[in-house]
Design a protein around this ligand. Structure first.
Ligand SMILES: Nc1ncnc2c1ncn2[C@@H]1O[C@H](COP(=O)(O)OP(=O)(O)OP(=O)(O)O)[C@@H](O)[C@H]1O
Length: 357
């Protein structure tokens, strides 16, 4: 599917959404930003629930909005999943799923069956919504959106109403959507963790404007991001599980330019693995550390140094081959070690601190 072109200026006193974006026509694009940054407003403009004057929206080559065209929401081939899974209480799950497809031209029984399979809700079809857990309700709401056979799936913080346990339960299904659906997913979130796990592409919104956008690994490896990530500053790295040390329950993940040892999660060798390495879990040394407990010691080059919102701290961007890591360190350490851009140093990352999926 071709890209989504979205240009909107829309707002209220005190807030204006002002974006001009090209969003990839495949994979998951996270719309990320703090509360009130305009994520939901952007989604609603795309859905036709808000009408931005002189906006422009082209989805898969079809004009949904321009100076002369305005498709109402029901004529836009989209699925919308809201924060709260608002299911009809008087209908069972199957009734809820069928409700939408009867009213939308592109909805189909085939798409409904595929959605049921994809979300693993076949055993729930005869149940009423009040007999479902929060996670199950969310899965039904996602299936209901997919049964409409959409060209784009819009998800507005679909996990927001769930506790941590339920979130963990549903994330595998979201990853499955990502792997098996051809359509693009626009995923609103203010959780860096969810974004790191799910997104291919990231649009960072701040006060109604897209202040950074691009592939998720590129955006998260910037140390000059105009949005504050605080403790969540860190990179995502896609690698391949290359070997397992069975005796010590560790896995070696190769990435472009090196490898990292992480805990073994029992994943298949040869599988792609996404890792998240937080800046606070990375340190640098000018000479190769010996006799340290740190399992990952990699040669690297200092690429850039930036402020970190606290006068005592800095963010250091380093390159291991073509792969970027970020280290959060004290200004004093940098000064003591004479760290400067261009210097070749050693990077240390605790295996236990690496998050992987
Ligand atoms: N219908 C409306 N009338 C007036 N102001 C609105 C309206 N809808 C949203 N706003 C304001 O526009 C701004 C952006 O809201 P929006 O819901 O898009 O933010 P958000 O990034 O999705 O936030 P959150 O993460 O809290 O859901 C906020 O200041 C909000 O109060």
């Amino acid at each position: 599917m071709s890209d989504i072109q979205a240009r909107f200026q829309h707002g209220w006193p005190g807030f204006t959404l002002d974006v001009d974006l090209v969003i990839p026509g495949h994979g998951v694009t996270a719309l990320f930003g703090s509360s009130g940054s305009g994520k939901t407003t952007l989604l609603r403009c795309i859905a036709g629930l808000e009408r931005a004057p002189s906006g422009q929206l082209v989805v898969d080559g079809e004009v949904w909005q321009d100076d002369t065209t305005w498709l109402p929401t029901h004529r836009r081939a989209l699925g919308y999943v809201f924060q709260e899974a608002s299911l009809f209480p008087h209908l069972n799950v199957l009734g809820n799923l069928r409700y939408g497809i009867k009213r939308t031209p592109q909805g189909s029984v085939l798409a409904l069956e595929q959605a049921v399979e994809l979300l693993g809700i076949g055993h729930l079809l005869q149940r009423r919504p009040d007999g479902l857990s929060g996670g199950e309700r969310s899965r039904v709401a996602i299936a209901r959106a997919l049964a409409l056979n959409p060209r784009v799936l819009l998800m507005d913080e679909p996990l927001a109403a769930l506790d941590l346990k339920r979130k963990q339960e549903i994330l595998p299904y979201l990853k499955r959507l990502h792997a098996e659906l051809d359509i693009p997913i626009l995923y609103v979130s203010h959780s860096p963790d969810e974004v790191a796990q799910l997104a291919d592409y990231l649009v960072a919104l701040d006060d109604g404007r897209a202040v950074a956008h691009g592939p998720v690994d590129d955006v998260l490896s910037r140390i000059d991001l105009p949005i504050r990530l605080g403790e969540d500053v860190g990179v995502v790295i896609d690698g391949v599980l290359a070997a397992v040390d069975i005796g010590w329950h560790l896995a070696r993940v190769n990435f472009e330019g090196g490898h990292l040892w992480t805990r073994d999660l029992g994943l298949q060798v040869g599988r792609t693995v996404r890792m998240r390495v937080l800046a606070r879990d990375v340190s640098i040394a000018v000479t190769k550390p010996e006799g340290s407990s740190i399992q990952n010691v990699l040669p690297c080059r200092i690429d850039a140094i930036a402020d970190d919102g606290h006068p005592g701290l800095a963010l250091v961007r380093v390159n291991v081959g073509v792969t970027v890591f970020i280290c959060r360190t004290t200004r004093r350490a940098l000064d003591t070690m004479n760290i400067a851009v261009g210097l070749n140093v050693w990077l240390q990352i605790k295996s236990a601190a690496i998050l992987e999926w």
